[in-house]
Design a protein around this ligand. Structure first.
Ligand SMILES: [Fe+2]
Ligand SMILES: [Fe+2]
Length: 281
């Protein structure tokens, strides 16, 4: 058993697999699937539907008449907006560190949602599947939960220490724990039967050059991570300093002006990020 597997095995209870999210991605990937099937999948989950409608009827969307069912939400907000809400609502239980873990679950979740919006924005301009990149952003740091559960406050201190020292978090994780949050996250997504592409993106979101054929999408994720840290005010430093983000920018052929437009667009998404994160109960 390798070190990554050993740490995963040592956790008493892993969060339940986000099956609906996985099935939705599968449906979206299937060219024969129709939107009604997707609406049906969502409607089948009453708690999720209630939260979806709650967000649709929040002040953020400013709708004059309330949305009463899923198909109504799709017709009025558009499928992509509904997918974003459903993905966030159905994934939010994943980032709930136990009280003994030193991680701030709300902060980590807000970062994940911000990266999701940033990834789909950067990825869209690269012709990537927007739902897939959104999900990749949402789950990119899921491995941190495992380290928090296993090493508790020691991990929180390590994050803080790496920031103070200006050291790359993944390198510090590897030297202290023998693995990193990227490898752990990828293994977790594999256990949850997410696609090989999503697994590969989680594994290489801090080293896109190692993602082989998926290098460009991994670069989208790395750039999105950096953008999120820049705009969302979270004090965490990216796992690597700014220089590698520059190489992601080069890999994607994004000019400084385009990058600024992405940053600006992402800033405009922050009220939606807040709305979605506040729907978390
Ligand atoms: Fe990360
Ligand atoms: Fe991150």
């Amino acid at each position: 058993m390798d070190r990554t597997e050993e740490l995963l095995e040592s956790i008493q209870s892993l969060p339940p697999a986000p099956n609906l999210l996985n099935r939705l991605l599968g449906e979206l990937n299937n060219i024969h699937s129709d939107l009604n099937k997707v609406v049906e999948l969502i409607s089948f989950e009453p708690a999720l539907t209630a939260k979806l409608l709650h967000v649709c009827n929040s002040a953020y969307y400013g709708l004059s008449d309330p949305v009463n069912h899923v198909s109504d939400a799709v017709n009025r907000l558009g499928f992509h907006s509904v997918f974003h809400i459903v993905a966030v609502v159905s994934g939010e239980h994943l980032v709930r560190p136990s009280p003994t873990s030193g991680l701030d679950g709300n902060q980590l979740w807000k970062h994940s949602v911000t990266v999701a919006f940033a990834s789909q924005r950067v990825g869209k301009a690269q012709g990537a599947d927007s739902a897939l990149l959104f999900t990749a952003g949402l789950l990119h740091d899921i491995g941190k939960l495992v380290l928090g559960e296993v090493f508790k406050k020691e991990y929180a201190h390590l994050i803080h220490g790496s920031q103070l020292a200006g050291r790359a978090l993944v390198e510090v994780e590897r030297s202290c724990f023998g693995t990193d949050h990227c490898a752990l996250g990828a293994r977790l997504l594999e256990r949850w039967h997410f696609s090989p592409l999503l697994v590969n993106l989680a594994a290489h979101h801090h080293a896109p050059e190692e993602a082989a054929a998926d290098r460009r999408f991994a670069a989208c994720l790395e750039l999105a991570d950096t953008l999120a840290h820049q705009v969302d005010g979270v004090k965490l430093l990216p796992a690597r300093n700014t220089a590698p983000a520059l190489s992601a920018q080069e890999t994607l052929g994004i000019s400084n002006e385009q990058l600024e437009r992405h940053r600006e667009g992402l800033r405009k998404s922050l009220p939606l990020v807040e709305t979605l994160c506040s729907a978390r109960s």
